[in-house]
Design a protein around this ligand. Structure first.
Ligand code: ZN
Length: 409
């Protein structure tokens, strides 16, 4: 057979096309892909500049009154990264809180990374430039896909799973209202079906008013576990726990606000006649309505615990903001928990206690406290994980028991 020049040319072209296609497929397979379309996922405009640089902006959530904005939450999935050392630059990270710059990103912020979206490590190679407000971190990836977040995420689905698990254990679960997006706001009662009794202390616990203070969800889980494991709490206490106050904000990857761009923490002083602030957000209204019914039936609340996190700001570990006598509670938890808990009066410093949950309704001398958790380090440079947040919650139940025992002596 005579091999014509044209045949050779055809063969060469075909080979070239196969090689070119293979190269093209290979190139596509290695392109970095970033996704956020999942529960709690969040990242704004993003550009993969090359295999070693990603530039992005967090989503800028603007509060309805246009005074506040919060920029700091991010949580994304990244693929095709095995063996790559990538620098991430997140720009313009400083939001506004009550009219003042809110620089939540500092040198202390260490984002978390997971290769299975479940077990998390910290990224320590970070830098926050106070001038440009650019937060930079670098990581060399061991696997092809990973999840990265500002701090350990608490997706809405985790809160849903908690309720399902408790339902299977025949726990007392009441739906006290719905969020803006129609998600249930649950209240748990321990012991189940407990009616008010003046010889028992009533402790109301709310967690996750603020999305991006996600560790509060794990802290609440720890409290629930401790109550369930306790042999004799029901002789002394009735616990009312709302484990997820802001399901919409969590689900949509919001920083701080609910999905209606309101700060739930600022809603408590709306007394339903205050036209300036109406309408009260439904998440808060659910609790206020429950509280009204409870009071009308003669029930009181002895301790109102509002779980927050001051995120990753420098300088503080955990803080209790509250009525003067609660300094004893702050002291007591220091007997168990290696994170130093400081005590401050409400309003003594911005970032905690600025509004009180029950300021519009008489709850019969309730002690109120805002628990500002750390979701970064323990003060000794040891960075916290999910088990730590839960353990902190467990110790807090023990501390509440001791606090009331000592008070009644
Ligand atoms: Zn908060």
């Amino acid at each position: 057979m005579v091999v014509k020049k044209s045949h050779l040319l055809f063969l060469t072209c075909s080979l070239f096309m196969i090689v070119a296609q293979t190269a093209c497929v290979k190139k596509q397979a290695s392109e970095i892909i970033i996704e956020t379309n999942f529960d709690r996922g969040s990242l704004g405009p993003t550009r993969v500049i090359n295999d070693s640089l990603v530039k992005a902006q967090t989503i800028h959530w603007i509060k309805k009154d246009m005074v506040g904005n919060q920029f700091y939450w991010f949580y994304f999935k990244i693929s095709n990264v095995k063996g790559k050392k990538i620098r991430f630059e997140l720009n313009n990270m400083a939001g506004t809180y009550r009219g003042k710059p809110h620089r939540i990103m500092t040198g202390i912020c260490k984002p978390v990374i997971s290769y299975d979206n479940n077990n998390w490590d910290r990224i320590f190679d970070t830098h926050f430039d106070a001038e440009s407000k650019i937060f930079t971190f670098r990581h060399t990836f061991e696997e092809d896909q990973a999840w990265i977040a500002y701090a350990h995420p608490y997706p809405k689905s985790r809160g849903d799973d908690l309720i399902k698990e408790l339902q299977s254990m025949n726990a007392d679960i009441e739906v006290i209202g719905q969020s803006n997006e129609g998600n249930n706001i649950h209240m748990l009662t321990f012991p189940p079906k407990a009616k008010y009794s003046s010889d028992k202390k009533v402790v109301l616990v709310m967690a996750l008013q603020h999305a991006s203070e996600d560790c509060g969800g794990y802290f609440a889980e720890g409290m629930i576990e401790a109550i369930q494991e306790s042999q004799n709490y029901s002789d002394k206490f009735i616990y009312k726990i709302i484990p997820m106050m802001n399901p919409d904000g969590l689900y949509f990857g919001v920083s701080r606000y609910n999905y209606n761009m309101e700060d739930l923490n600022s809603e408590w002083d709306d007394d339903l006649t205050d036209e300036k602030n109406l309408p009260v957000e439904p998440e808060v209204l659910a609790v206020k309505n429950w509280q009204k019914d409870w009071n009308e039936e003669g029930g009181k609340i002895d301790l109102w615990v509002d779980i927050h996190s001051h995120s990753q700001k420098a300088g503080d570990c955990a803080i209790i903001f509250g009525d003067e006598q609660l300094h004893l509670l702050a002291e007591k938890i220091n007997n168990y928990w290696p994170i130093r808990t400081n005590f401050r009066r409400p309003g003594s410093r911005s970032g905690g206690g600025g509004s009180t949950p029950d300021s519009s309704t008489d709850t019969m001398n309730t002690l109120k406290l805002t628990m500002e958790l750390s979701q970064s380090h323990n003060g000794d440079g040891v960075f916290l994980n999910i088990d730590d947040y839960k353990l902190h919650g467990k110790y807090f139940v023990k501390t509440i028991d001791e606090f009331f025992s000592e008070k009644s002596r």
